[in-house]
Design a protein around this ligand. Structure first.
Ligand code: KG4
Ligand code: ZN
Length: 339
Protein backbone atom coordinates (compact mmCIF):
# COMPACT_ATOMS: atom_id res chain seq x y z
CA UNK A 1 0.00 0.00 0.00
CA UNK A 2 1.24 3.47 -0.78
CA UNK A 3 2.01 5.93 2.00
CA UNK A 4 -0.81 7.92 3.54
CA UNK A 5 0.01 11.54 4.36
CA UNK A 6 -2.37 13.30 6.74
CA UNK A 7 -2.42 16.96 7.64
CA UNK A 8 -3.66 17.29 11.23
CA UNK A 9 -5.06 20.41 12.88
CA UNK A 10 -5.44 20.95 16.64
CA UNK A 11 -6.94 24.09 18.18
CA UNK A 12 -9.08 22.80 21.08
CA UNK A 13 -7.52 24.95 23.80
CA UNK A 14 -4.64 27.42 23.75
CA UNK A 15 -2.32 25.83 21.21
CA UNK A 16 -2.67 26.27 17.43
CA UNK A 17 -0.91 23.33 15.88
CA UNK A 18 -0.68 21.81 12.42
CA UNK A 19 1.34 18.70 11.56
CA UNK A 20 1.98 16.55 8.54
CA UNK A 21 2.31 12.85 9.39
CA UNK A 22 3.05 9.76 7.32
CA UNK A 23 1.18 6.50 7.95
CA UNK A 24 -0.03 7.59 11.38
CA UNK A 25 3.35 7.25 12.99
CA UNK A 26 6.02 9.29 11.27
CA UNK A 27 6.02 13.06 11.74
CA UNK A 28 7.17 14.90 8.62
CA UNK A 29 6.76 18.38 10.09
CA UNK A 30 4.96 20.15 12.91
CA UNK A 31 4.34 23.70 14.06
CA UNK A 32 2.83 24.74 17.38
CA UNK A 33 1.93 28.32 18.22
CA UNK A 34 1.30 28.47 21.94
CA UNK A 35 -0.71 31.19 23.68
CA UNK A 36 0.42 30.14 27.13
CA UNK A 37 2.21 33.39 28.00
CA UNK A 38 -0.85 35.45 27.12
CA UNK A 39 -3.24 33.40 29.24
CA UNK A 40 -0.77 33.26 32.14
CA UNK A 41 -1.56 36.96 32.75
CA UNK A 42 -5.15 35.98 33.56
CA UNK A 43 -4.45 32.85 35.60
CA UNK A 44 -6.10 30.56 33.05
CA UNK A 45 -7.26 30.27 29.46
CA UNK A 46 -9.62 33.10 28.44
CA UNK A 47 -11.84 31.52 25.75
CA UNK A 48 -12.52 34.72 23.76
CA UNK A 49 -8.82 35.58 23.59
CA UNK A 50 -7.96 31.97 22.68
CA UNK A 51 -10.27 31.86 19.67
CA UNK A 52 -9.10 35.27 18.44
CA UNK A 53 -5.49 34.18 18.65
CA UNK A 54 -6.23 30.92 16.79
CA UNK A 55 -7.90 32.95 14.04
CA UNK A 56 -4.94 35.30 13.82
CA UNK A 57 -2.27 32.66 13.51
CA UNK A 58 -3.75 29.54 11.92
CA UNK A 59 -2.85 30.48 8.31
CA UNK A 60 0.68 31.38 9.42
CA UNK A 61 0.98 28.02 11.19
CA UNK A 62 -0.11 26.27 7.98
CA UNK A 63 2.40 28.22 5.89
CA UNK A 64 5.15 27.41 8.36
CA UNK A 65 4.50 23.66 8.50
CA UNK A 66 4.23 23.39 4.69
CA UNK A 67 7.53 25.21 4.36
CA UNK A 68 9.21 22.87 6.85
CA UNK A 69 7.84 19.81 5.02
CA UNK A 70 8.55 21.33 1.61
CA UNK A 71 5.03 20.34 0.60
CA UNK A 72 1.76 21.81 -0.65
CA UNK A 73 -1.68 21.04 0.74
CA UNK A 74 -2.34 19.26 -2.56
CA UNK A 75 0.37 16.72 -1.62
CA UNK A 76 -1.53 15.32 1.39
CA UNK A 77 -4.17 12.58 1.32
CA UNK A 78 -6.55 13.92 3.97
CA UNK A 79 -7.24 16.76 6.39
CA UNK A 80 -7.86 15.74 10.01
CA UNK A 81 -9.07 18.06 12.73
CA UNK A 82 -9.93 17.93 16.43
CA UNK A 83 -13.71 18.44 16.54
CA UNK A 84 -14.22 17.69 20.29
CA UNK A 85 -13.91 18.29 23.21
CA UNK A 86 -12.53 21.71 24.16
CA UNK A 87 -13.38 25.39 24.06
CA UNK A 88 -16.07 25.80 21.43
CA UNK A 89 -14.72 29.02 19.93
CA UNK A 90 -11.23 27.52 19.68
CA UNK A 91 -12.44 24.25 18.16
CA UNK A 92 -14.52 26.16 15.62
CA UNK A 93 -11.46 27.91 14.21
CA UNK A 94 -9.74 24.58 13.49
CA UNK A 95 -12.88 22.85 12.21
CA UNK A 96 -13.86 25.63 9.81
CA UNK A 97 -10.27 25.96 8.60
CA UNK A 98 -10.12 22.20 7.98
CA UNK A 99 -13.39 22.33 6.06
CA UNK A 100 -12.06 25.10 3.81
CA UNK A 101 -8.88 23.11 3.07
CA UNK A 102 -10.91 19.95 2.44
CA UNK A 103 -13.29 21.79 0.07
CA UNK A 104 -10.70 23.79 -1.84
CA UNK A 105 -8.17 20.98 -2.25
CA UNK A 106 -10.79 18.20 -2.59
CA UNK A 107 -9.33 16.12 0.25
CA UNK A 108 -11.30 13.87 2.61
CA UNK A 109 -12.11 15.47 5.97
CA UNK A 110 -11.54 13.44 9.15
CA UNK A 111 -13.14 14.41 12.47
CA UNK A 112 -10.84 13.26 15.24
CA UNK A 113 -11.51 13.26 18.98
CA UNK A 114 -8.88 14.99 21.11
CA UNK A 115 -8.52 12.01 23.44
CA UNK A 116 -8.00 9.65 20.50
CA UNK A 117 -5.13 11.96 19.61
CA UNK A 118 -3.56 11.58 23.05
CA UNK A 119 -3.88 7.79 22.80
CA UNK A 120 -2.53 7.49 19.25
CA UNK A 121 0.48 9.69 20.08
CA UNK A 122 1.83 6.37 21.37
CA UNK A 123 2.22 5.18 17.76
CA UNK A 124 5.04 7.73 17.47
CA UNK A 125 7.00 5.63 19.99
CA UNK A 126 6.26 2.26 18.45
CA UNK A 127 3.25 0.86 16.68
CA UNK A 128 0.65 -0.10 19.30
CA UNK A 129 -0.01 -3.82 19.50
CA UNK A 130 -3.22 -5.22 20.90
CA UNK A 131 -4.59 -6.12 23.37
CA UNK A 132 -3.26 -3.33 25.54
CA UNK A 133 -4.28 -1.44 28.63
CA UNK A 134 -4.48 2.35 28.34
CA UNK A 135 -4.23 4.70 31.30
CA UNK A 136 -5.83 7.92 30.08
CA UNK A 137 -5.10 10.88 32.33
CA UNK A 138 -6.05 14.36 31.22
CA UNK A 139 -7.97 17.49 32.16
CA UNK A 140 -11.24 15.70 31.53
CA UNK A 141 -10.43 11.99 31.66
CA UNK A 142 -9.16 9.45 34.19
CA UNK A 143 -9.70 6.03 32.70
CA UNK A 144 -8.35 2.54 32.50
CA UNK A 145 -9.31 1.15 29.13
CA UNK A 146 -8.67 -2.12 27.32
CA UNK A 147 -8.00 -1.73 23.60
CA UNK A 148 -8.43 -4.91 21.58
CA UNK A 149 -7.85 -3.13 18.27
CA UNK A 150 -7.93 0.30 16.68
CA UNK A 151 -10.82 2.33 18.09
CA UNK A 152 -11.98 -0.71 20.07
CA UNK A 153 -12.29 0.39 23.69
CA UNK A 154 -13.62 -1.24 26.84
CA UNK A 155 -13.63 1.03 29.88
CA UNK A 156 -12.63 -0.88 33.02
CA UNK A 157 -12.60 2.10 35.33
CA UNK A 158 -13.34 5.78 35.19
CA UNK A 159 -13.53 8.71 37.56
CA UNK A 160 -16.72 9.00 39.57
CA UNK A 161 -16.19 12.75 39.97
CA UNK A 162 -13.18 14.92 39.10
CA UNK A 163 -10.55 14.05 36.53
CA UNK A 164 -6.95 13.89 37.69
CA UNK A 165 -5.83 16.89 35.57
CA UNK A 166 -8.76 18.96 36.82
CA UNK A 167 -7.69 18.12 40.35
CA UNK A 168 -4.09 19.21 39.65
CA UNK A 169 -5.41 22.49 38.26
CA UNK A 170 -7.63 23.08 41.30
CA UNK A 171 -4.79 22.35 43.71
CA UNK A 172 -2.60 24.81 41.77
CA UNK A 173 -5.26 27.47 42.24
CA UNK A 174 -5.58 26.78 45.99
CA UNK A 175 -1.80 27.01 46.34
CA UNK A 176 -1.83 30.26 44.36
CA UNK A 177 0.41 28.82 41.64
CA UNK A 178 0.33 30.40 38.20
CA UNK A 179 -1.22 28.90 35.08
CA UNK A 180 -0.60 26.21 33.78
CA UNK A 181 -1.57 24.43 36.99
CA UNK A 182 -0.44 20.82 36.55
CA UNK A 183 3.19 21.45 35.61
CA UNK A 184 3.54 24.03 38.39
CA UNK A 185 2.19 21.67 41.05
CA UNK A 186 4.76 19.16 39.82
CA UNK A 187 7.54 21.75 40.08
CA UNK A 188 6.56 22.60 43.67
CA UNK A 189 6.14 18.93 44.58
CA UNK A 190 9.70 18.24 43.48
CA UNK A 191 10.96 20.72 46.02
CA UNK A 192 8.83 19.46 48.91
CA UNK A 193 8.23 16.40 51.06
CA UNK A 194 4.95 14.52 51.49
CA UNK A 195 4.47 15.63 55.11
CA UNK A 196 0.75 16.52 55.07
CA UNK A 197 -1.75 13.80 55.85
CA UNK A 198 -4.38 13.56 53.13
CA UNK A 199 -7.07 10.91 52.52
CA UNK A 200 -6.34 8.05 50.14
CA UNK A 201 -9.08 8.00 47.48
CA UNK A 202 -11.17 4.88 46.79
CA UNK A 203 -9.06 2.66 48.97
CA UNK A 204 -10.64 -0.51 47.59
CA UNK A 205 -10.24 -3.12 44.86
CA UNK A 206 -12.48 -1.39 42.32
CA UNK A 207 -11.05 0.08 39.15
CA UNK A 208 -12.94 3.37 39.36
CA UNK A 209 -11.31 6.56 40.57
CA UNK A 210 -12.53 9.38 42.78
CA UNK A 211 -10.55 12.56 43.27
CA UNK A 212 -13.07 14.99 44.74
CA UNK A 213 -12.36 13.90 48.34
CA UNK A 214 -8.63 14.45 47.91
CA UNK A 215 -9.27 17.80 46.23
CA UNK A 216 -11.59 18.95 49.05
CA UNK A 217 -9.07 17.80 51.66
CA UNK A 218 -6.36 19.98 50.08
CA UNK A 219 -8.73 22.97 49.92
CA UNK A 220 -9.85 22.50 53.56
CA UNK A 221 -6.32 22.04 54.81
CA UNK A 222 -5.17 25.22 53.07
CA UNK A 223 -8.11 27.21 54.48
CA UNK A 224 -7.66 25.85 58.01
CA UNK A 225 -3.96 26.71 58.05
CA UNK A 226 -4.80 30.20 56.83
CA UNK A 227 -7.45 30.66 59.55
CA UNK A 228 -5.06 29.48 62.21
CA UNK A 229 -2.56 32.01 60.92
CA UNK A 230 -0.09 29.25 60.14
CA UNK A 231 2.08 29.43 57.09
CA UNK A 232 1.29 26.80 54.52
CA UNK A 233 4.26 24.93 53.13
CA UNK A 234 3.18 24.92 49.48
CA UNK A 235 6.02 22.65 48.43
CA UNK A 236 5.11 20.00 51.00
CA UNK A 237 1.39 20.23 50.26
CA UNK A 238 2.03 19.90 46.51
CA UNK A 239 4.25 16.90 47.21
CA UNK A 240 1.70 15.30 49.57
CA UNK A 241 -1.09 15.76 47.03
CA UNK A 242 0.95 14.48 44.10
CA UNK A 243 2.14 11.38 45.92
CA UNK A 244 -1.40 10.31 46.84
CA UNK A 245 -2.95 11.25 43.49
CA UNK A 246 -0.33 9.46 41.40
CA UNK A 247 0.06 6.46 43.72
CA UNK A 248 -3.67 5.88 43.27
CA UNK A 249 -3.24 5.84 39.47
CA UNK A 250 -0.39 3.37 39.79
CA UNK A 251 -2.25 1.15 42.28
CA UNK A 252 -5.34 0.92 40.05
CA UNK A 253 -3.19 0.29 36.99
CA UNK A 254 -1.52 -2.59 38.84
CA UNK A 255 -4.95 -3.99 39.69
CA UNK A 256 -6.16 -3.68 36.09
CA UNK A 257 -3.04 -5.36 34.73
CA UNK A 258 -3.46 -8.21 37.19
CA UNK A 259 -7.23 -8.58 36.56
CA UNK A 260 -6.82 -8.64 32.76
CA UNK A 261 -3.44 -10.36 32.49
CA UNK A 262 -2.54 -7.85 29.75
CA UNK A 263 1.19 -7.28 29.31
CA UNK A 264 1.17 -3.98 27.39
CA UNK A 265 0.46 -0.55 28.88
CA UNK A 266 0.21 2.83 27.23
CA UNK A 267 -0.23 6.13 29.06
CA UNK A 268 -2.01 9.03 27.36
CA UNK A 269 -3.22 12.56 28.08
CA UNK A 270 -1.70 15.76 29.43
CA UNK A 271 -0.96 14.34 32.89
CA UNK A 272 1.33 11.74 31.28
CA UNK A 273 3.86 14.60 31.11
CA UNK A 274 4.20 14.31 34.89
CA UNK A 275 7.66 13.10 35.87
CA UNK A 276 6.57 11.37 39.08
CA UNK A 277 3.85 9.44 37.22
CA UNK A 278 6.28 8.50 34.45
CA UNK A 279 8.84 7.13 36.89
CA UNK A 280 6.32 5.31 39.13
CA UNK A 281 4.55 3.70 36.15
CA UNK A 282 7.96 2.81 34.72
CA UNK A 283 8.86 1.09 37.98
CA UNK A 284 5.56 -0.83 38.04
CA UNK A 285 5.99 -2.08 34.49
CA UNK A 286 9.54 -3.14 35.15
CA UNK A 287 8.41 -5.10 38.23
CA UNK A 288 5.55 -6.79 36.35
CA UNK A 289 7.49 -7.23 33.12
CA UNK A 290 4.92 -5.18 31.23
CA UNK A 291 5.79 -3.46 27.95
CA UNK A 292 5.29 0.29 28.59
CA UNK A 293 4.78 3.14 26.15
CA UNK A 294 4.48 6.82 27.11
CA UNK A 295 4.80 9.48 24.41
CA UNK A 296 7.83 11.78 24.59
CA UNK A 297 7.05 14.93 26.62
CA UNK A 298 6.55 17.06 23.50
CA UNK A 299 3.65 14.83 22.43
CA UNK A 300 2.00 14.57 25.86
CA UNK A 301 0.81 18.14 25.69
CA UNK A 302 -1.56 19.28 22.93
CA UNK A 303 -0.20 18.99 19.40
CA UNK A 304 -1.50 18.26 15.93
CA UNK A 305 0.83 15.34 15.29
CA UNK A 306 -1.22 13.18 17.65
CA UNK A 307 -4.39 14.17 15.75
CA UNK A 308 -2.90 13.08 12.42
CA UNK A 309 -1.77 9.81 14.09
CA UNK A 310 -5.28 9.12 15.41
CA UNK A 311 -6.81 10.00 12.05
CA UNK A 312 -4.82 7.32 10.24
CA UNK A 313 -6.97 4.31 11.29
CA UNK A 314 -10.02 6.44 10.51
CA UNK A 315 -8.60 7.07 7.03
CA UNK A 316 -8.05 3.35 6.50
CA UNK A 317 -11.66 2.65 7.52
CA UNK A 318 -13.00 5.43 5.28
CA UNK A 319 -14.42 7.22 8.33
CA UNK A 320 -14.78 10.63 6.67
CA UNK A 321 -16.94 13.64 7.50
CA UNK A 322 -18.71 16.07 5.22
CA UNK A 323 -18.83 19.84 5.42
CA UNK A 324 -21.68 19.73 7.95
CA UNK A 325 -19.13 18.69 10.62
CA UNK A 326 -19.70 20.58 13.87
CA UNK A 327 -17.32 21.35 16.69
CA UNK A 328 -18.50 20.02 20.06
CA UNK A 329 -17.29 21.41 23.36
CA UNK A 330 -18.16 18.18 25.15
CA UNK A 331 -18.25 14.64 23.91
CA UNK A 332 -17.36 11.63 26.00
CA UNK A 333 -14.94 9.55 23.98
CA UNK A 334 -15.31 6.00 25.24
CA UNK A 335 -18.37 3.88 24.84
CA UNK A 336 -19.28 2.94 28.38
CA UNK A 337 -19.81 -0.75 28.83
CA UNK A 338 -22.58 -1.18 31.41
CA UNK A 339 -22.09 -4.41 33.31
O1 KG4 B 1 -4.84 15.93 28.02
P1 KG4 B 1 -5.02 17.36 28.30
O2 KG4 B 1 -4.68 18.29 27.18
O3 KG4 B 1 -6.46 17.64 28.83
C1 KG4 B 1 -7.55 17.47 28.11
O4 KG4 B 1 -7.43 17.33 26.89
O5 KG4 B 1 -8.61 17.44 28.80
O6 KG4 B 1 -4.15 17.73 29.53
C2 KG4 B 1 -4.26 18.91 30.24
C3 KG4 B 1 -4.19 18.56 31.68
C4 KG4 B 1 -4.31 19.79 32.57
O7 KG4 B 1 -5.21 19.51 33.61
C5 KG4 B 1 -2.89 19.97 33.08
O8 KG4 B 1 -2.82 20.59 34.35
C6 KG4 B 1 -2.39 18.55 33.13
O9 KG4 B 1 -2.92 17.95 31.97
N1 KG4 B 1 -0.93 18.47 33.11
C7 KG4 B 1 -0.18 18.00 34.13
C8 KG4 B 1 1.16 18.13 33.75
N2 KG4 B 1 1.19 18.67 32.48
C9 KG4 B 1 -0.10 18.86 32.12
N3 KG4 B 1 -0.54 17.50 35.32
C10 KG4 B 1 0.44 17.11 36.14
N4 KG4 B 1 1.76 17.20 35.85
C11 KG4 B 1 2.15 17.72 34.67
N5 KG4 B 1 3.45 17.81 34.38
ZN1 ZN C 1 -5.05 17.50 25.48
Amino acid sequence: MSDVIILGIESSCDETSISIVKNGSEEIATTVATQMDTHAHYGGVVPEIASRMHTECITLVLEDVLKKANMQVSDVDAIAVTYAPGLLGSLLVGVEFAKVLSFVYKKPLIATHHIAGHIYANNLVKKMEFPLLALVVSGGHTELVVMKGDYDFEVLGTTLDDAIGECYDKVARVLGLPYPGGPNVEKYAKQGKPTYKLPIPMNNEELNFSYSGLKSAVINLAHNELQRGQELNKYDLASSFQEIAVDELVRKTRLALSKTGIKRLIVAGGVSANGYLRSEIGRLCEELNVDLSIPPLKYCTDNATMIACAAYPQYLKGDFSDLSLKAKSQEYFFEQKVE
